[in-house]
Design a protein around this ligand. Structure first.
Ligand code: R5P
Length: 227
């Protein structure tokens, strides 16, 4: 089974957690795409009344094309469940997200959800976070200063570039600085430091966000629950 097939497996499995009348946060990325597809099928087949809250323009486009009714996070009074992908998940269920530059809306939706589930293929499970470059969303004005600060602190920053070589813009028109850390020994401390920097909008450390992770293995999807 290739990585894509493993993503499809967990995407399909995740909709088992969706029931009638739920408001569901829809994450972003190549794994979530399969979940959104499966959700649209389930809604049709079981005639469910579901409201989706998206985390990116990319997911909004897909969900709209599949006929899933959407509302913004500000239009709903609660979100029952959010299903999202992740770039890395450590053994204690902490994660790095933002490989698709959607971390800001993802974190807003996740933090307003009663429950969060991450869906990943087996390659995303790690002992320690940090091999995957940590995305930090920054306001363009003053971003060179933030970059220099990160550089002098030894955080190995790079601006994320778009396909045309210019600095990538997020859905909120900000930049992404990726930190190439290799290993994050203290995610909580790093998260606090990043949040305290003027010009930083959000970072891709998602700490204490989920207690259910669905992992795709060639033998099938496995549901991990935090103890
Ligand atoms: O910004 C993107 C999100 O955090 C994604 O959920 C994450 O990058 C995982 O994406 P994928 O399922 O494509 O690996």
């Amino acid at each position: 089974m290739n990585q894509d097939e493993l993503k499809a497996l967990v995407g399909k499995k995740a909709v088992d957690w969706v029931f009638d009348n739920m408001t569901v946060g829809l994450g972003t990325g190549s794994t979530v795409k399969y979940m959104v597809e499966a959700l649209a099928e389930k809604i049709k087949k079981e005639k469910l009344s579901i409201t989706g809250v998206v985390t990116s323009e990319e997911t909004a486009k897909q969900a709209t094309s599949l006929g899933i009714p959407l509302k913004s996070v500000d239009e709903v009074d609660h979100i029952d469940l959010t299903i999202d992908g992740a770039d890395e998940i450590s053994s204690d269920f902490q994660g790095i997200k933002g490989g698709g530059a959607a971390l800001l809306f993802e974190k807003i939706v996740a933090s307003n959800s009663k429950k969060n589930i991450w869906i990943v293929d087996q390659s995303k499970l790690v002992d320690n976070l940090g091999k995957f470059p940590l995305p930090v969303e920054v306001i363009p004005y003053g971003s060179e200063k933030v970059f220099a600060k990160f550089d002098s602190k030894g955080l190995h920053p790079t601006f994320r570039l778009a396909a045309d070589g210019t600095k990538l813009r997020t859905d909120s028109n900000n930049y992404i600085i990726d930190l190439h850390l290799e290993q994050i020994m203290n995610p909580l401390k790093l998260a606090e430091y990043l949040k305290a920097q003027v010009g930083v909008v959000e970072h891709g450390l998602f700490l204490n966000t989920v207690n259910t992770v669905i992992v795709g293995y060639p033998s099938g999807p496995k549901v991990l629950e935090a103890r």
